[in-house]
Write a protein that binds this ligand. Structure first.
Ligand SMILES: Cc1cc2nc3c(=O)[nH]c(=O)nc-3n(C[C@H](O)[C@H](O)[C@H](O)COP(=O)(O)O)c2cc1C
Length: 222
């Protein structure tokens, strides 16, 4: 029985918080894993052509076709996204749409075990700021519910507003630093967030990884 856990990151940033958090969850599964960075693939959104209805295979000839085969064969997955303009990023959303081909009649996504990571620059649950983490969490949870998957939970990671790194974060009139952290905030006072510095998040990643392992091992016994 194959017990591969796929880690899929929608973040295009090299070795981003999203990537590292997904990898941390994978590590704690103790199972065979594979990490996929969607920005390295060529993949367009679903065309809604219904060409996949009879075959459960997408007719669009891009990298989402072999990815759907991998997703189908995997025992579980960890899906990581981030939140440009306060909703799930386009690559992660495209990935979700393209797994639609596995749905028809056979219900090939049904029972798939999964967990997610959402990285947001918007500090979660802050009055006056958009609910970016909640929106993206709910987008993935809705996809999993609609496909009949088993959702083991979401880990929300506080990432970095791009203005921290652009070189103009303290003088740009459009800087997100003051919008997110208040009028006195500066690049230096906010500083770079690394998810590994948050002990509670490391525990959450461990717990999610172990939950995936238990679900996969129990599932393979049945
Ligand atoms: C075009 C663009 C728009 C963004 N808008 C938001 C936003 O509205 N809310 C938010 O929380 N983060 C926003 N972000 C920041 C990303 O969520 C951030 O880069 C995230 O923390 C992932 O980076 P990391 O994995 O390297 O930390 C935006 C990023 C980009 C590139």
């Amino acid at each position: 029985m194959k017990t591969t856990v796929l880690g899929i990151s929608g973040s295009p940033i090299k070795n981003s918080n999203t990537d590292r958090a997904v990898r941390e969850v994978l590590k704690h599964t103790g199972l065979e894993t594979e990490f996929i960075k969607l920005s390295e693939l060529r993949m367009e959104p679903c065309r809604a052509c219904l060409g996949c209805v009879k075959t459960n295979q997408c007719v669009v000839q891009d990298d989402a076709r072999p990815l759907a085969d991998k997703f189908r064969a995997a025992s579980a997955f960890v899906l990581g996204g981030y939140t440009p303009y306060s909703s799930l990023d386009a690559r992660t959303k495209t990935f979700m749409e393209r797994m639609y081909c596995l749905r028809h009649q056979a219900g090939l996504n049904r029972g798939k075990i999964g967990a997610s990571v959402i990285t947001t620059a918007c500090p979660p649950e802050t009055p006056g700021l958009p609910p970016a983490a909640q929106t993206a969490t709910s987008q993935i949870a809705s996809w999993m519910m609609e496909e009949g998957m088993v959702n083991l939970g979401t880990m929300v990671v506080l990432g970095n507003v791009p203005c921290i790194k652009c070189g103009h974060g303290d003088d740009c009139s459009m800087s997100g630093i003051k919008m997110l952290y208040g009028p006195e905030a500066t690049v230096a006072s906010v500083s770079i967030h690394k998810f590994e510095n948050d002990a509670a998040l490391l525990n959450t990643a461990r717990d999610l990884g172990q939950a995936i392992r238990r679900a996969v091992v129990e599932g393979t016994k049945m």
